[in-house]
Design a protein around this ligand. Structure first.
Ligand code: AHM
Ligand code: MG
Length: 319
């Protein structure tokens, strides 16, 4: 073996060293994501493609593996005894696991579900909050996250996370069944040529977004990168630079992506890696981490990525 794995910190060592209170929680997130990764690899063989026949709170058809990932993570988290509430993209209502639990978890158990049946990239997104900060079922707001992370189920399985002090990435060694710290202190490029945006919606975008699309088309040296899984696009941009957008449209001023499950955790990660994240409140661009959720399934427009790319788009909102 030429991997020098003995020189790399494991996820467990990393958590023991700096966040020992979260050891049980991370042990269970780790276990869940390893099982999900394995289920995804064998989905075609085990007949796990396809839908359950139900729809979620957003009207999306729930895939069998969406349901599997959601139930699995909740069950694993419950076993820690430390989780007060779980809010999930796949739950109609949040679940209370332990009244006196120390933490609140928000998650998108399987992001990019349209990729399941075609064997493409998927992710799990999670946020951890201190339950003390949110009495009486007050919804957690992004700037109070104590940790935000995602797992990318790609050619390798990777966990990327921040505790508010930089971003680190761990790669799963499937032979040893452990995550190893392979990407320390990820700093994203200040700008990049990549962008993720559904240009087919051009006619329904508002003027600033149309202006930006016209501008980059005229310039002619950008690269569209659309994985249909936010985790995959963001991971690319974190490493290579670029900008991810899911903006407001005339028909849907609140766009599609979920504040508590997708926007808040990804914004914290991007900010911690030196990037930038903006939402739009209908009048002006705002920091999405300052939005106080009114509903757990609230959606918001989002632009996030390399700082210069985000600032470039922001100019079209000012003009
Ligand atoms: P999901 O969590 O239901 O899978 O939806 C979220 C995904 C994002 O990951 C991705 O960026 C976006 O939806 C793609 O949307 P669309 O399929 O409308 O292009
Ligand atoms: Mg999602």
């Amino acid at each position: 073996m030429s991997k020098h794995l003995e020189t790399l910190q494991t996820l467990t060592e990393y958590i023991i060293k700096d966040h020992p209170d979260l050891l049980a929680v991370f042990a269970q997130i780790e276990a869940s994501t390893k099982i999900i990764a394995s289920k995804l690899r064998s989905a075609g063989l085990e007949g796990n493609y396809g839908i359950t026949g139900t729809t979620n709170v957003y009207g999306d058809k729930v895939q069998k593996l969406d349901d599997f990932a959601n139930s699995l993570i909740i069950k694993k988290l419950e076993a820690t005894g430390q989780i007060k509430m779980v809010y999930s993209e796949e739950l109609q209502d949040p679940v209370e696991l332990n009244k006196s639990g120390k933490y609140i978890i928000c998650m998108d158990p399987l992001d990019g579900s349209s990729n399941i049946d075609v064997n493409l990239n998927l992710g799990t997104i999670f946020s951890i909050y201190d339950a003390k900060d949110f009495e009486n079922r007050q919804l957690p707001n992004g700037d109070k996250q104590i940790c935000a992370g995602y797992v990318l189920y790609g050619t390798s399985c990777m966990m990327v996370m921040t505790f508010g002090d930089g971003v680190d990435g761990f790669t799963l060694d499937t032979e040893l069944d452990s995550y190893f710290l392979t990407h320390q202190n990820i700093t994203m490029p200040k700008s990049g040529k990549n962008y993720s945006l559904n240009e087919n919606a051009y006619n329904s975008y508002a003027e600033p977004v149309q202006g930006y699309i016209d501008f980059i088309k005229k310039e002619g040296n950008r690269k569209t990168r659309y994985a249909a899984a936010m985790v995959a696009d963001i991971h690319r941009f974190l490493i290579q630079g670029g900008v991810f957008t899911y903006p407001e449209t005339k028909q849907k001023p609140k766009s599609k992506l979920r504040l508590m499950y997708e926007i808040s955790p990804m914004s914290m990660i991007i900010n911690q890696a030196g990037g930038k994240s903006l939402s739009f409140d209908g009048r002006k661009l705002i920091n999405p981490l300052n939005i106080i959720p009114q509903e757990h399934d609230q959606t918001e427009p989002i632009i996030l990525g390399s700082k210069e790319n985000v600032d470039e788009i922001a100019k079209f909102y000012k003009d």
